[in-house]
Design a protein around this ligand. Structure first.
Ligand SMILES: Nc1ncnc2c1ncn2[C@@H]1O[C@H](COP(=O)(O)OP(=O)(O)OP(=O)(O)O)[C@@H](O)[C@H]1O
Ligand SMILES: [Mg+2]
Length: 310
């Protein structure tokens, strides 16, 4: 299962809720059902210092610590460590073949360990190294014959990898979309039924762009003049960006959306690749989304997640 969507849309929360639901003992367990299903989680980091296959290492080590099938999981961990450090001699093609075979052996060990139910969660695959993604692909190839549920979360910015994984037969893609006003109203009702009206839900949905991350901020400041709330929300997102990304995004806000990378770069007085990197960073921060079509050309341009004019 591949859960996708921008920063703050609720990917991690959805996984947590699903795991919590799954951890509840069934009211009438099937005959012969064993104890709770083991869950191993791993996280990709934006930091390039993380070792190869880091999310898989975390997830499999967590499973090995929890027991159940320690021997089978331990052999997967050993193979994984070998694959991560395998430095094959020779040309690039044979090195790739050795790496591929090493990952295939890990995939095989993971699937063997999943002769009984097993859940592996890999978070933030958009930051993952190529070997981590390759191992996801290989495990997904054999998953239908196992009792493994592999859940990965990923921001849409890693478009190519996301599309490639989504196309695999065994992958169930779950793209998350902004909350509609009706869902925002349900949320507000749960907080305070007396203060939840359709008009307020519309207002909070507009201010937050339906992004769960911003719901509380948008709802708690509902009495403030709208531009103040929008400014606070956008400033919080901008603060996550390094310079010159902040300046590029400020220029982009003036040009309105959708926008072209080259035009933004020229106005912000940076070269095209710096502007492109800045706009990518803004996508990761949840400020922008890549526009699917700009001037009829796929993949060019960006649009604001939250219209800067409110
Ligand atoms: N359906 C929801 N209702 C209410 N709050 C939600 C909902 N979904 C997510 N949230 C809250 O919104 C915040 C952001 O959610 P979450 O961390 O799951 O986003 P994410 O998509 O994993 O973001 P990132 O890509 O940065 O990891 C969290 O505080 C979470 O509890
Ligand atoms: Mg998350």
């Amino acid at each position: 299962m591949l859960v996708t969507g921008p920063a703050g849309i609720g990917k991690t929360r959805l996984v947590e809720e699903a795991l919590r639901e799954g951890a509840r003992p069934p009211t009438s367990p099937p005959a012969g059902a064993s104890a709770a299903v083991q869950v191993g989680r791993g996280y990709s980091l934006p930091d390039h210092a993380a070792p190869a296959l880091w999310p898989w290492q975390q997830a499999l080590r967590a499973l090995a610590r929890r027991g159940g099938r320690p021997a089978r999981i331990s052999s997967a961990v050993d193979l994984l460590e070998g694959a991560g450090s395998c430095d094959a001699p020779g040309d690039a093609a044979s090195a790739a073949a050795v790496r591929f075979a090493a990952l295939a052996a890990v995939a095989d060990a993971v699937l063997t360990a999943a002769a009984e139910p097993l859940v592996i969660v890999l978070e933030d695959l958009h930051w993952a190294d190529t070997n981590t993604v390759e191992l996801v692909r290989q495990v997904a190839g054999g998953i239908v014959d196992s009792h493994l549920l592999l859940i990965a979360t990923m921001r849409a910015e890693a478009g190519d990898v996301m599309r490639e994984l989504s196309r695999l037969d065994s992958v169930n893609a779950v793209p998350l979309r902004p909350l509609a006003a009706a869902a925002v109203r349900d949320y507000l009702t749960a907080l305070d039924p007396a203060a939840s009206t359709a008009a307020r839900a519309e207002q909070v949905a507009r201010r937050s762009g339906g992004l769960p991350l911003l719901l509380d901020a948008a709802a708690s400041d509902a009495a403030a003049p709208e531009p103040v709330v929008v400014r606070d929300l956008v400033e919080a997102l901008l603060a996550q960006l390094p310079e010159p990304a902040r300046r590029v995004v400020q220029v982009a806000a003036l040009l309105r959306s959708p926008m072209d990378t080259d035009v933004v770069g020229q106005v912000a007085e940076v070269d095209g690749s710096t502007a492109g990197l800045a706009l990518d960073a803004a996508c990761r921060a949840g400020l922008l989304t890549p526009a699917t079509s700009w001037g009829g050309v796929e993949g060019l341009g960006f649009a604001f997640t939250h219209d800067p004019a409110g």
